[in-house]
Design a protein around this ligand. Structure first.
Ligand code: TA6
Length: 298
């Protein structure tokens, strides 16, 4: 559908319209009182901030906005695998749905703000990469909080297991002064130290490349940002794991779609089910993973 046709069907005057955003890709722009920008490409939430707040999500100035390519920032959806696909050369990192064109199913005003529903179904191409039938719906509500619910339906005749993540990039004033709270005492795999299993002592602070998968962490995580003087709380349902990532200097330099000096202004705190906590979905059933983001001044 063209942007004009999408607006004809879905626009809500004064609240939501479809625009040609980065790379002329169609995106839903939500305006007032909260602001959000949601690409149909990858059902990708690229921007969100409540009224009166600075932008909460982070986006690289070097990000690509192109069919088949991931957007560097906002909230990429990782599915049906997280990270590289073991043993399959050329398989897209973090799965293929973040690079796919999703269908805009609905936009509606709700009490919590504006809800946008995007849908992606398996097809011949996806079955060639991953041999299961599914329908994904991403229900995003942008208001004073940002709520994202990823619903996964198994439309096939056999159960399957899948990994899933809302790989959320947050803006921070300076990662070197930022702490992540709420994961003390939990176990994690340290991907920058030989994937050793460790226990988190107190708050997470950042003194170098940080890439950790925290297992069995259903509790909220909190980003404490003394520079922007705000606290971002990430609550969740249906997610057992949390990934915390900052590429630091060398990794930032190594990524073409990540500015060399941008590493100081971002942190990923990701809502996910990965590795041993991959979701098992029975034929005909649906599972849901939700992240809810709130920001307050401190
Ligand atoms: O979530 C952390 C991570 O798995 C890191 O290892 C790093 O690869 C990051 O994701 C970004 O992955 P991407 O494929 O988007 O470059």
């Amino acid at each position: 559908m063209t942007i004009a046709e999408l607006n004809q069907k879905h626009a809500i005057p004064g609240a939501a319209e479809i625009v040609a955003a980065g790379g002329n890709l169609p995106a839903v722009r939500i305006s007032g009182p909260a602001h959000a920008l949601i690409y149909l490409h990858g059902a990708h939430v690229a921007q969100w901030h409540p009224a009166g707040a600075k932008e909460v999500l982070w986006m690289s100035g070097q990000s690509l906005f192109a069919d088949g390519k991931p957007i560097r920032g906002g909230v990429p959806i990782c599915y049906p695998w997280f990270g590289p696909l073991g043993g399959v050369a050329g398989a897209a990192t973090h799965g293929f749905v973040r690079n796919s064109a999703w269908e805009l199913e609905a936009i509606r005003k709700v009490s919590a703000g504006v809800e946008v529903v995007l849908k992606l179904a398996s097809d011949g191409a996806s079955r060639g990469v991953w041999p299961h039938d599914f329908v994904l719906r991403h229900r995003i509500t942008a208001g004073n909080e940002l709520s994202m619910a990823l619903e996964l339906a198994n439309t096939g005749h056999a159960p399957f297991k899948a990994e899933e993540a809302l790989h959320t990039y947050f803006t921070v004033g300076d990662i070197r002064q930022t702490r992540v709270q709420g994961l003390a005492g939990t176990h994690y795999i340290d991907k920058v130290d030989g994937k050793k299993e460790k226990t988190q002592a107190g708050d997470i602070d950042f003194t170098g490349e940080t890439d950790r998968v925290y297992f069995d962490t259903p509790a909220p995580a909190v980003i404490e940002d003394p520079v922007l003087r705000r606290r971002i709380t990430i609550s969740k349902e249906g997610s057992r794991d949390t990934v915390v990532w900052n590429p630091w200097i060398a990794k930032a330099k190594a990524m073409a779609d990540f500015g060399d000096d941008e590493w100081t202004g971002m942190v990923c705190v990701e809502t996910c089910n990965v590795a041993g906590n991959a979701v098992e979905v029975a034929a005909g059933s649906t599972v849901r993973m939700t992240a809810r983001i709130a920001v307050q001044n401190i």
